[in-house]
Design a protein around this ligand. Sequence first.
Ligand code: UD1
Length: 375
Amino acid sequence: MKDRLKIMNIVGARPNLPKIAPLIREMKRHPKIEPILVHTGQHYADELNGIFFREMGIPAPHVNLEVGSASHAVQTGEILKRVEPLLIEQRPDLVLVVGDVNSTIAVSLAAAKLGIRVAHIEAGLRSFDRSMPEEINRILTDALAQYLFVTEQDAIENLEREGRPRESIFFVGNVMIDSIYNFLPLARKSRIGEELGLARGQTWCDFAVLTLHRPSNVDSTDKLRQLLSAIDTIAEQLPVIFPVHPRTEKQLVQAGVVKHSSVKLIQPLGYLDFLCLLSRARVVLTDSGGIQEETTALGVPCLTLRENTERPVTITQGTNLLVGTDPARIVRAARDVLACKEKVGHIPPLWDGHAAERIVNTLCSVVPISRTMAA
Ligand code: UD1
């Protein structure tokens, strides 16, 4: 007879890693939980994957399914095919998925079809824009999961509207913010400021950070060129550090180079260097989901280069402003920040560094342990 809850934790892409790190740490401390970690291999490059494991002390995955890059259907299908035998062999009591990437939905679907319970961390977020692949992944994962852990109040309303029972929804805070609080002291020791010529000792100059990787922004060269023209104008006022995602890098070659010498294109950064830059930036421009939340937690102004967000609390309570993709509007918003007319935010409820603890305690009390021996 088993007496421990066997939880299969799933990661696949870069943004999953700061979310899983505090959960695995907490599970390993808990005598009633046997955690295993499975990597789908959706991201495989060291700068998007390995460096995060090393820096955040995430244990090596038990299995890597090595699916690699492909179209959505092929990637999702490969994960389904490769994870099913593993689920049958391991027979976990629970599969835990985070976020909204293809790995999240694919493993949830395979588990649900085998009658294995699913917990979704970061449930209920909705951009109401189904042209985003992540929105489809979010809706479907939430429809399959029995345990829905949410980061903000709007998510509860979204899930209830979709008919999910209130007793399956748990408002626990934000595990990615657990990682920020845990790693910020170490990140502040990073030498990235000196390396990029932004800092001398503890003195930093004003600079902006830019990230762009949403298909809607970077897959069209016209759109990308338009966004970069705004960035060129902003770079007349302060240096812009631009760690370039592989998806964007391919397109940049076609879109032509950024003209202003103050736009510094660099390789994707590891977690600690990037967190250091975020925490010191005068302003952040991004189309990422997670960075909207990280800047809110850090109290740094964020201009989101999208028409919508699935994380409305970063707007209503945090430092985030949706500025869309019109170059004139982006430049105006950046100038406002630089003229100290920025939005002052506060930290949303329960974004206090203890979300993983709450999730693990909840799982221990609500998930039944199957009384058969695991295979
Ligand atoms: C994926 C997620 C997105 C997340 C982003 C973070 C989905 C649908 N999208 O988007 O939600 O915000 O990760 O980075 O799950 N590539 C490499 N090395 C790698 C992985 C990918 O060079 O390790 C290149 C490949 O050429 C690939 C392209 O990047 O075709 C895009 O990768 P993919 O995983 O398909 O989507 P992302 O844009 O990274």
